[in-house]
Design a protein around this ligand. Structure first.
Ligand SMILES: [Zn+2]
Length: 488
């Protein structure tokens, strides 16, 4: 490259020396001649310097142009020298010198211009950070810088200017972004604390951040605790932030220990303690009772056991335990509830619409007649004529059931009751009466269970229609059975 520009320099020098010999200035007086020579010489030096400089730069950037220039320069020089040797008139000499100079300049300028590229110069504030290929790249650079810097980065300070520069001055996206981030005063390189990929705090550098975390671990592992890790993914990464972001988000002890950064220090230790065993609740189903029936037959009671466990803590707060060994001191007693499964009777229309007076209370007894859609209550207790029972009207032959468990104490016929069954119940004081039956199906002394089919509905004895006269006696006195079978 140096050779090439020397060749050009020599060429130009040669031309200018030829001019400056002054042969063609002989008509001027010596003073004027001196002055003109001085001026011309000064202009010449400036011009040559410019030409050489421009060419030098061009050559520096353009290998191909350099090769061309190197190849062509001696040829041009030869041509010019030969031409000048043979030229005789002064005008021709001057013209040739001018033409040669113009040629030199043109070649130089063309060589230079050919290798120039339009580009965009990127400024932040008053500082230039380099050149990129076009506005699109320049915009991407600004965007990348903005994204790379945490905090309010003033993008209004970007200035983009279209320029023409040598190709090798144009830099890539990444390097200019790095130049800006590292060069701008308001941006600082720090260490960011990330929790599950979210930036939660910033420390001046990695050592400061790591040291704070180590102190946190030390804080939570006093008193025989073992450090197990964090409950989230915690990482420290090098990032760029603005100064104001740094002071705003600076990692601090209180927040770290208080869990305000969204993660906790997980520790554990082996502990031994007594623990209550909670009783279980179980239900036992019985088809003897209506589905609304519910009775606790066994009360639940908590037990006690001794446990050895690895107890886990997060930021010093108990968070769970991994049981290693346990001994039952007192076992728990299950709570047992007896639940009826028998569907409640649905009544047809009648003297009283029994559906309207069905209660949701659990009934002690099973409703004693099959509810086949034609069953209804034709008379309640009292009923204005001292009625001592419940009349349940149903077609002849409808099934009659034992209202509760018991033993049959009477089976027979009486003139008023007609065909009658009396069942004695295990409490020793309650008896149930089933009368006006068309047929009795059990024998005296027979054990019956609640819901057992014991007779058929009829109108025997003193009855005006098919119905069951159902009565309950407690210690020999008749009582209202309605509520006992789930009515009212
Ligand atoms: Zn009756």
């Amino acid at each position: 490259m140096y050779n090439s520009h020397c060749v050009l320099l020599q060429l130009c020098n040669h031309l200018w020396c030829y001019i400056l010999k002054g042969d063609y200035l002989f008509t001027l007086n010596s003073f004027k001649k001196e002055k003109v020579l001085k001026t011309v010489k000064s202009i010449a030096v400036k011009f040559i310097t410019f030409v050489v400089k421009v060419f030098y730069e061009a050559c520096a950037f353009v290998k191909s142009a350099y090769a061309v220039a190197r190849k062509k320069a001696p040829v041009v020089r030869e041509l010019v020298v030969n031409f000048l040797k043979t030229a005789d008139s002064m005008k021709v000499k001057i013209l040739s010198v001018v033409m040669a100079s113009v040629c030199c300049l043109t070649i130089t300028v063309i060589a230079y211009a050919v290798e120039q590229k339009s580009a965009v110069q990127v400024y932040y504030g008053n500082n230039s950070y380099g050149f990129v290929r076009d506005m699109k790249v320049a915009d991407e650079v600004c965007e990348s810088v903005r994204k790379s810097v945490h905090g309010k980065f003033d993008i209004d300070n970007f200035k983009l200017q279209s320029v023409t520069v040598a190709e090798n001055m144009i830099t890539g996206h990444d390097s200019i972004v790095r130049n800006i981030i590292e060069g701008v005063d308001s941006v600082v390189s720090v260490s960011g604390l990330y929790v599950d990929s979210i930036l939660v705090a910033v420390a001046d550098n990695y050592i400061v951040a790591q040291d704070l975390i180590n102190q946190g671990i030390k804080h939570y592992t006093a008193d025989g605790f073992e450090f197990k890790g964090f409950d989230k993914v915690v990482t420290i990464r090098d990032i760029y932030v603005t100064h104001s972001f740094l002071s705003e988000k600076r990692m601090c002890w209180d927040k770290l220990i208080g869990g305000q950064y969204g993660f906790g220090f997980v520790t554990s230790r082996v502990e031994n303690y007594d623990e209550e065993i909670l009783f279980q609740e179980t239900t036992k189903e019985s088809s003897k009772y209506y589905s609304t029936y519910k009775k606790v037959t066994q009360k639940g009671k908590n037990g006690l056991r001794n446990v050895t466990a690895e107890v886990q803590y997060v930021n010093g707060v108990k968070n769970g335990a991994f049981e290693m060994e346990s001994t039952v001191i007192t076992p728990a007693v299950d709570k047992v509830t007896l639940v009826g499964t028998k569907l409640k009777p649905v009544y047809h229309s009648g003297y009283v619409l029994a559906t309207k007076i069905m209660t949701n209370e659990p009934s002690e007894m099973v409703f004693p007649v099959d509810c086949n859609g034609k069953t209804y209550i034709s008379s309640f207790w009292g009923d204005g004529r001292g009625h001592k029972g419940l009349d349940i009207a149903a077609p002849r032959g409808t099934e009659i059931y034992a209202a509760a468990d018991g033993v049959v104490s009477y089976v027979g016929y009486r003139s008023d009751y007609g065909y009658l069954i009396i069942v004695d119940h295990p409490d020793g004081k309650t008896q149930t009466y089933y009368s006006h039956n068309s047929k009795n199906l059990v024998k005296k002394g027979e054990t019956v269970t609640a819901g057992q089919f014991i007779a058929k509905v009829g109108a025997s004895g003193n009855a005006t229609g098919n119905h069951l006269h159902f009565a309950v006696a407690v210690n020999g006195t008749m009582v209202d059975p309605a509520r006992m079978v789930g009515l009212k």
